[in-house]
Design a protein around this ligand. Structure first.
Ligand SMILES: [Zn+2]
Ligand SMILES: [Zn+2]
Length: 352
């Protein structure tokens, strides 16, 4: 005879959770209880295991960019966790699955961009931790169609930085068009740069890294950079031109000067990829040399869900290394100060 066991207690619906909140641009974030809210059609609730700190979160908290989020809001778009609740109509994921919640939190699915595999350009897109509350909390709400499953064997603490820093640099290397034996110059080592080095090498490139911190150049060499240049000590343009000039340069440092140096480091026919988003929005590039040298300048914004799957697959196969340090969410303001001062080797990951 079978017995039916009654649970001792039925879990009460989640009404509130701890999160790091921006109340005012430029002010410290406040870790406090926020209301959980009811899920609407297509949404899922995720218990956050890990969430990385990206420069974009700092720009959001400072209101640095032309399009600003509306305080109060919860930043965070490198969230990884377990689905705990499904909103009406959700069939794409199941309770108990581990998912990543990237910057592209929602897109329309039907516009020209969406149907051609460029959902990252959708004009109806909503962004995690910017246009709706993000992952700097014990829980987060996401859209089931725009989360990406994290495969078995990928540590959630690694998956978090891969969710933005990983997919963004993976895409940037794709956009750069790196092929075997190309010289690829990566400007800026940090959360993005340390992964860009690895993706450029996986694509077959020979990697040159430019930074102003010696410790970051050491890290770059460990991760496969063949040449490193300290831009505080020598002119990176001259140094890279001496190597023959870069086929591709990837601008990841949040300083317009680094973009100009990246441009100057190219060989004829080279490609400059803009990725970082400095608060100072202006860069000066020469028209004459761009035309005569047939230079390509291209912007690259995050990556698609398909590309994030590829990023996870590479990591599951042991092809990439994520450099990260973990902190509690309570340390969010210290972590931001450390990142801004260049005291973080690569990525801070919070464990809410
Ligand atoms: Zn990011
Ligand atoms: Zn769309």
């Amino acid at each position: 005879m079978s017995t039916v066991t009654q649970p001792d207690s039925v879990a009460a619906p989640l009404t509130a959770y701890r999160a790091a909140v921006v109340h005012e641009f430029g002010a410290p974030l406040s870790v406090e209880m926020v209301p959980a809210g009811q899920l609407t059609a297509g949404q899922v609730r995720v218990k956050v295991e890990a969430t990385g700190l990206c420069h974009t979160d700092i720009h959001a908290a400072h209101g640095d960019w032309p399009v600003k989020p509306a305080p109060p809001f919860v930043p965070g778009h490198e969230g990884v966790g377990i689905v705990v609740e499904l909103g009406p109509g959700v069939t794409e994921v199941a309770v108990g699955e581990r998912v990543a919640m990237p910057w592209l939190g929602y897109a329309c699915g039907t516009c020209d961009h969406c149907v051609s595999g460029w959902e990252t350009l959708c004009e109806q897109q909503k962004n995690m931790g910017y246009s709706f509350d993000g992952t700097f909390g014990e829980y987060a709400t996401a859209y089931a169609r725009y989360v990406v499953r994290v495969p078995e064997g990928v540590d959630p603490l690694d998956a978090a930085p891969l969710t933005c820093a990983g997919v963004t640099t993976y895409k940037a290397v794709k956009v750069a068009g790196t092929r075997s034996s190309d010289l690829v110059a990566v400007f800026g080592v940090g959360g993005l740069g340390h992964l860009a080095i690895q993706y450029a090498a996986i694509a077959g490139g020979r990697v040159i890294v430019v930074d102003i911190h010696e410790s970051k150049l050491d890290l770059a060499r460990e991760l496969g950079a063949e040449f490193t240049i300290n831009a505080a000590e020598e002119d990176p343009i001259a140094a890279i031109q001496e190597l023959g000039g870069a086929h591709q340069a990837i601008a990841l440092a949040v300083a317009p000067r680094a973009f100009e140096q990246a441009y100057g480091s190219l060989r004829r026919g080279g490609t400059l990829v803009f990725v970082a988003l400095p608060a100072d929005n202006d860069v000066t590039l020469p028209i004459f040399q761009t035309v005569l040298n047939a230079i390509t300048v291209v912007g690259s914004i995050v990556g698609t869900r398909a590309e994030l799957r590829e990023v996870f697959a590479l990591h599951a196969a042991g092809r990439t290394t994520v450099i990260r340090e973990t902190r509690s969410l309570e340390q969010v303001n210290e972590a931001i100060a450390d990142l801004e001062a260049g005291r973080v080797a690569a990525r801070v990951v919070f464990e809410p």
